[in-house]
Design a protein around this ligand. Structure first.
Ligand code: AP5
Ligand code: ZN
Length: 208
């Protein structure tokens, strides 16, 4: 199954993706994780992307699209993938459709994790992320339950940057809800509930 996850920063896309990957073995393609890995490794892409990320702006399409193409072609993505954080604007969505069509593939669902902005600000302010594997958890979890790595606060999880990321979401990413409605693959889950309740509905919506 090929799935796109949509939703504001902090809606719980990564959290639900982690659960789907653990249970069903889909490839998890998170552009945020891929970009943070490039920043950490100090690659040319990472150096270029860092300024945009720290400011809460979108990284230029060309840089992100190349990363995604490479991951879609990888062996582990041939039996289903979850795109988390991509596409982020209409140009990325159109490119994704044409890349998949060229591979003889398509999207089965675009799942919107809907959460009011008050909740996402609170979640992001207290989020901790694993330095090694990108696992996320609320503050208080100091050691990664998946790999024992160290948990830290992301540079863009600071109040001013969170507000800017929410504006970018409203202006550039939210229009994709209509885009995928137009393709008849949009599904919506209420993400403002405990993680396991959200996950049960996610599976029902995706018929998993
Ligand atoms: P990215 O890493 O994609 O960040 P994001 O979209 O802002 O999403 P988040 O990771 O912040 O949130 P999430 O929905 O995954 O929430 P999570 O599950 O962690 O992007 C970062 C930056 O990279 C961008 O700003 C941009 O610069 C760049 N970038 C990335 N992709 C790009 C693209 N395609 N084009 C251009 N630039 C791009 O949950 C949040 C917290 O809440 C966690 O602590 C979690 O434990 C908790 N939580 C989750 N679910 C629940 C629940 N149901 N109840 C209570 N708490 C919950
Ligand atoms: Zn980890």
């Amino acid at each position: 199954m090929n799935i796109v996850l949509l939703g504001a920063p902090g809606a719980g896309k990564g959290t639900q993706a982690q659960k789907l990957v653990a249970e069903f073995g889909f490839a998890h393609i998170s552009t945020g994780d891929l970009l943070r890995a490039a920043v950490k490794a100090g690659t040319k892409l990472g150096v270029e992307a860092k300024g945009y990320m720290d400011a809460g702006k979108l990284v230029p399409d060309a840089l992100v699209i190349d990363l995604v193409k490479e991951r879609l072609e990888a062996d582990d993505a041939q039996n289903g993938f979850i795109l988390d954080g991509f596409p982020r604007n209409t140009a990325q969505a159109v490119t994704l459709d044409s890349e998949l069509a060229a591979m003889g593939r398509n999207l089965d669902a675009a799942l919107l994790v809907a959460v009011p902005s008050e909740s996402v600000v609170a979640r992001l302010s207290s989020r901790r992320t694993c330095k090694s594997c990108g696992y996320t958890a609320p503050a208080g979890v100091d050691v990664c339950p998946r790999c024992n790595g160290e948990m830290y606060q992301r540079d863009d999880d600071k109040p001013e940057t969170i507000r800017h990321r929410l504006d970018v979401y409203e202006n550039q990413t939210a229009p994709l809800v209509e885009y995928y409605k137009g393709h008849s693959i949009l599904k919506e889950v209420n993400g403002d509930r405990p993680v396991d309740e959200v996950y049960a509905d996610v599976k029902a919506l995706l018929a998993l």
